[in-house]
Design a protein around this ligand. Structure first.
Ligand SMILES: Cc1cc2nc3c(=O)[nH]c(=O)nc-3n(C[C@H](O)[C@H](O)[C@H](O)COP(=O)(O)O)c2cc1C
Length: 355
C-alpha cells in the first residue's frame, strides 16, 4: 500500500477532516435524564483523533425518544450538556456532528405515559424496544396527522439550531436503521395516501424536509444524511429499494448535501444487488461507507474510489486512538458487547490508548 489513504486529509467547502477514519454514531445508554454529561465529554474527547465523530442518536423532541438513557437536544439542560462535549472534542482537535434521531414507531408507550408511538402509518410490525424496564416487543403505532408531521419537521429545525448553539460542527439526519425518516421512505411502513405517502417522491418528502430544515440552520456542507437500504433492522422493507433510495440520493445531491453516510454490509443476501456503487455515482459530496470495515477493507474502498471515508463503530468503542493504530498497523482491542448500551465508565471510557 504505497500511499495509505485512510490517514490523508479530506475536505469540502467548509470543513477539513484530518483523516478518513470517521467514528460511527453509537447509542451508549449513559445519559441519565437524557442529558450528555462529563463522562460523555471524556468519551468523545478520547476519540477526537477521528476525522469526524458522529454522536450517538440524539432525540429531537420528547416524542422522538425511544431508547432508555439516550441524550436529547431539545431542552436548555441538554444543550448545556452537549456544550461540554463539543468543547472537549474541539480542545482535542476534533470535529463532531450530532446525529438527530426520531425513533417513530420503534419507540414504546413506556416513553410516552402509555400513549402509542407515532409513525407514517398504523402498520403492525415485528421488532423490540429498549425501554427503561428492559427489552419489550414493539407495538402497532399511531398514524401522524399532517399537522403533526409539520411540527416534527419544525422539531428537526429547532434541534439543528440547538446543535449549533451547543457548538456542533454539523448534524446528521438519522435516516437509517428503520427510524422515522426511513419509515416514511419505505413502502412497507408507509401506507399514506396524502402528500407524505404513495409515490416515491411523496414517501421521500419527510426525509428531504427534515434535511432542508437542518440546511436552513447549518447550510448544506455541514449536513450528513445516513441511509441503510439493505438493512432490514426494525422490520423494514420496500418493494423497490433501488428505485426508492436512488431517488433519495439524487434529491440529496440536488441540495448539495455535504456528506452521504451509506450503510451497506459487504456480504448481502443471495441475489441482492449492492446499492453503494450507484449511490456513490449519483453523489458528488463526501461519500462515507459503513458496516463491517477493517483497516484493509476500508483502505481498499478508498483506493478503488468506492468511498471518500469510512466510519468505524465497534472498533472505535475499544480503540479510542483508532487512526493511530491504523497508521502503525498496531494490534486492536476487542469491544465488550455486554457494556455497549448501558453501564458507567466500564466499557466506555476505560479502553486505554496505545502505551
Ligand atoms: C453499541 C452500538 C450502538 C449503535 N447506535 C447507533 C446509533 O445511535 N445510530 C446509528 O445510526 N447507528 C448506530 N449503530 C450502528 C453503528 O453506527 C454502525 O453502523 C455499526 O456498528 C456497524 O459498524 P461497525 O461494523 O464498524 O461496527 C450502533 C452500533 C452499535 C454497536
Amino acid at each position: 500500500m504505497g500511499n495509505f489513504k485512510l490517514l490523508t486529509p479530506l475536505n469540502n467547502e467548509e470543513l477539513t477532516f484530518r483523516n478518513r477514519v470517521f467514528m460511527a454514531p453509537m447509542t451508549r445508554g449513559r445519559s441519565k435524564d437524557q442529558v450528555a454529561n462529563e463522562l460523555t465529554a471524556t468519551y468523545y474527547a478520547q476519540r477526537a483523533s477521528a476525522g469526524l465523530i458522529f454522536t450517538e442518536g440524539t432525540q429531537i423532541s420528547a416524542q422522538a425518544v425511544g431508547w432508555t438513557n439516550t441524550p436529547g437536544i431539545y431542552t436548555p439542560e441538554q444543550i448545556a450538556g452537549w456544550k461540554k462535549v463539543t468543547q472537549a472534542v474541539h480542545e482535542a482537535g476534533g470535529l463532531i456532528f450530532a446525529q438527530l434521531w426520531h425513533t417513530g414507531r420503534a419507540s414504546h408507550p413506556d416513553f410516552h405515559g402509555g400513549e402509542l408511538p407515532v409513525a407514517p402509518s398504523s402498520v403492525p410490525f415485528n421488532s423490540q424496544a429498549f425501554t427503561p424496564e428492559g427489552i419489550k416487543p414493539s407495538v402497532t403505532p399511531r398514524e401522524l396527522t399532517i399537522d403533526e408531521i409539520k411540527s416534527t419537521i419544525a422539531d428537526y429545525e429547532k434541534a439543528a439550531q440547538a446543535a449549533k448553539d451547543a457548538g456542533f460542527d454539523g448534524v446528521e439526519i438519522h435516516g437509517a436503521n428503520g427510524y422515522l425518516p426511513a419509515q416514511f421512505l419505505e413502502d412497507g411502513s408507509n401506507k399514506r395516501t396524502d402528500e407524505y405517502g404513495g409515490t416515491i417522491e411523496k414517501r421521500a418528502r419527510f426525509l428531504l424536509e427534515a434535511t432542508d430544515a437542518a440546511i436552513r440552520v447549518f447550510g448544506p456542507a455541514r449536513i450528513s444524511v445516513r441511509l441503510s437500504p439493505r438493512i432490514p433492522y426494525n422490520d423494514m422493507g420496500d418493494s423497490n429499494l433501488e428505485q426508492t433510495y436512488m431517488y433519495a440520493v439524487e434529491a440529496l445531491e440536488s441540495r448539495n448535501v455535504g456528506i452521504l453516510h451509506f450503510m451497506e454490509p459487504g456480504t448481502l443476501p443471495e441475489g441482492a444487488k449492492p446499492l453503494a456503487p450507484g449511490a456513490r455515482q449519483r453523489f458528488s459530496g463526501i461519500f462515507v461507507l459503513n458496516v463491517g470495515y477493517d483497516r484493509k477493507s476500508a483502505e481498499q474502498a478508498l483506493q478503488t474510489g468506492l468511498a471518500d471515508a469510512v466510519t468505524f463503530g465497534t472498533l472505535f468503542i475499544s480503540n479510542p486512538d483508532l487512526p493511530e493504530r491504523f497508521f502503525l498497523d498496531a494490534p486492536l482491542a476487542t469491544a465488550d458487547a455486554s457494556t455497549f448500551y448501558s453501564g458507567s465508565e466500564e466499557g466506555y471510557t476505560d479502553y486505554p490508548p496505545l502505551a
